[in-house]
Design a protein around this ligand. Sequence first.
Ligand code: KIV
Length: 263
Amino acid sequence: MSKITTETIRAMKSRGEKIAALTAYDFPMARLLDDAGIPLLLVGDSLGMVVLGYPDTTHVTIEEMEHHVRAVARAKPKALLVADLPYRTYENVDMAVKTAKRLTLAGAEAVKAEGGRVILDQVKAIIASGIPVCGHLGMLPQHVLEEGGYHVKGKQEHEQQALMADADALANAGAFAIVLELVSAVVAAEISSRVPIPTIGIGAGKDCDGQILVTPDLLGMLPWYNLKHVKPKLNAAEQMRTVVQQWKSSVESRDPVPVPASR
Ligand code: KIV
């Protein structure tokens, strides 16, 4: 398979192919997901919660994002490597372009930014600097503190109108895709049929052009989060606990399970 670009992702929508995207934060996960043929890997700022132990994404710094983007990029994935612009690093055009460049120097091939018309100047400036942008509408995790939680968007008429206008604006500005997070399924379906670029949903119904999940949620690695939009397909946390306890017991009983001497 040849290298996947933003054009490949856009063409998947034209061909009616669904896009299965996942997050990656480190080298081994990026290799495994790439080997599985996932076409888009996102170094999301969910990094803050699922890897770094922060309560939400607003604590993630550009230095932390660069560190993890570098690790994922070292896997040299065929997948398109997208990275989140962290909280408060794209408040004006100059900041936005500078942050996007830092992430591309770390290895990202595109960046994702939360918001629609409010950040349109930043989106246009990043694209004008030669860096592709993925939009992100609906529930915006970087605004979780103002919004007082993670709520579904698009239930009210005014929210529906705002989402449509934001999606149109991002598509017209040249974004190559839009993540729709916690958007009511009907509105997500309507946006998906009206914009020419792929929509990638998370908790936004089945009619988006693709779906994205936070990989540790899919694998059941974080049992302390109780999410409505994803049912883990593996109970990795439980399996790890069992294997670790078995190994610990084997060591304590002086009968260690053999492991390879070297890689
Ligand atoms: O940060 C992230 O992982 C994301 C996905 C939830 C889309 O933005």
